[in-house]
Design a protein around this ligand. Structure first.
Ligand SMILES: Cc1cc2nc3c(=O)[nH]c(=O)nc-3n(C[C@H](O)[C@H](O)[C@H](O)COP(=O)(O)OP(=O)(O)OC[C@H]3O[C@@H](n4cnc5c(N)ncnc54)[C@H](O)[C@@H]3O)c2cc1C
Length: 353
């Protein structure tokens, strides 16, 4: 895969760079999770939306930029250089809102898509449970019909951003008497609903990104259902396939700077870059940063809110089967010709397959 820009992509990159240079927020002392940091992130999201840079590949009618997935990746690469860690909207725009767009009725879509794109409302994904992590179809949180409503009881865990989210999509069990994949249903819900309790999970790093979320007799209307009753597994697959696109496509590591530093840094045996163990490590990092880019670029659909689970799986398979050979050759530290510093300084040039 060739990561070098085409002429059109180079023109878009130049345009994005100029816009970011003129508009990107200046660094502040606010830390991620602070109210001031979240407020600044919302202002930035609104500014991007107004300029058509918020959801570049989405149609304009939904507040997007009407552009291409590759343009989204280019913009994310350029935006990452301003490193504000304003990723509060990623789960909503990458996973939850596309699910609402795929399964919600017209009124629901009109109500939620615009505010999410403009950063006015934040969404979280309520899937994982203590006994349903990798095996998410094992969820035990129950929803029971009560007239025109459903009543939810149970517990979710690892819910990123639940503490600052306005809405969420929740996967619940509506039929315990059928095989586990067949008794699930998806709903959207207001995180401020009565009976929703968010409890923080404190990380040993000092961070606070995840939560436990408890549901005690939480009432949701049947109109909040996304997809048919007991067909939530299919809905969840669409969310999870979109998750594959939403994570890992953005930040671009500046390897030319890293290589310059590695050439300048002296170790006991000479420049760090001459050390085979260091070169091996650097090659590993390079691969780790390039693989998500390749995966994201290869699996990006024309508009990432409309792809089916089957299409995404096909993309995934084609990515996995074609991804390995170039860097296997490149990472051999003894082969000077295949890892020349000047060549490494242009990662895109190394990645042609
Ligand atoms: C950064 C981050 C953010 C997250 N945010 C969210 C969120 O917002 N919302 C949400 O719902 N979830 C979220 N999760 C949870 C995540 O999506 C998974 O559900 C969860 O990490 C996996 O569940 P678990 O921790 O219970 O691990 P387990 O499912 O217990 O797995 C533990 C280990 O056992 C392995 N394993 C499990 N089953 C098998 C098997 N049958 N055979 C072989 N090996 C097996 C797994 O591969 C893993 O290595 C987040 C996770 C991370 C890391």
């Amino acid at each position: 895969m060739d990561f070098n820009d085409t002429l059109e992509e180079a023109a878009f990159r130049a345009e994005a760079r100029a816009w970011l240079e003129a508009n990107a927020p200046k660094p502040t002392a606010a830390k991620r999770g602070d109210a001031a940091h979240l407020a600044a992130a919302k202002v930035w999201q609104a500014k991007k939306a107004a300029a058509g840079y918020a959801q570049i590949a989405w149609p304009k009618e939904w507040g997007g930029g009407g552009g291409t997935p590759i343009q989204s990746i280019i913009f994310a690469q350029e935006e990452s250089k301003y490193a504000q860690n304003y990723s509060y909207f990623q789960i909503g725009l990458g996973m939850c809102v596309p699910t609402v767009m795929a399964f919600g009725d017209e009124e629901t879509k009109q109500r939620f898509v615009g505010p999410a794109v403009r950063g006015e409302e934040i969404w979280c994904q309520l899937f994982s449970e203590p006994s349903a992590g990798s095996d998410v179809a094992g969820v035990r949180t129950r929803a029971v019909r009560d007239g025109g409503d459903w009543v939810i009881n149970g517990q979710k865990v690892w819910t990123s951003g639940a503490h600052y989210s306005d809405f969420g999509i929740v996967l619940v069990r509506t039929n315990p008497d059928v095989p586990k994949h067949k008794g699930l249903t998806m709903f959207w819900l207001n995180m401020k609903s009565r009976g929703v309790e968010v409890r923080p999970i404190h990380q040993m790093s000092g961070g606070r990104d995840f939560n436990e979320v408890y549901f005690t007799d939480v009432r949701v209307k049947d109109s909040q259902r996304l997809g048919p009753v007991d067909d939530g597994w299919r809905v969840a697959l669409v969310t999870l396939m979109n998750e594959r696109l939403a994570v890992g496509g953005g930040a671009d590591v500046d390897y030319s700077t890293i290589l310059r530093l590695a050439r300048e840094l002296r170790t006991e045996t000479g420049p760090a870059l001459a050390d085979p163990a260091f070169r091996e490590k650097l090659a590993d990092w390079f691969v780790q940063s390039e693989v998500p880019k390749a995966r994201s670029a290869k699996s990006s659909p024309p508009t990432n809110c409309r792809i089916s689970a089957t299409q995404q799986s096909r993309c995934r398979i084609s990515t996995a089967s074609s991804a390995t050979p170039p860097w296997r050759r490149w990472r051999q530290p003894s082969n000077q010709a295949s890892c020349r510093p000047q060549a490494c300084a242009s990662p895109g040039a190394r990645m042609r397959s």
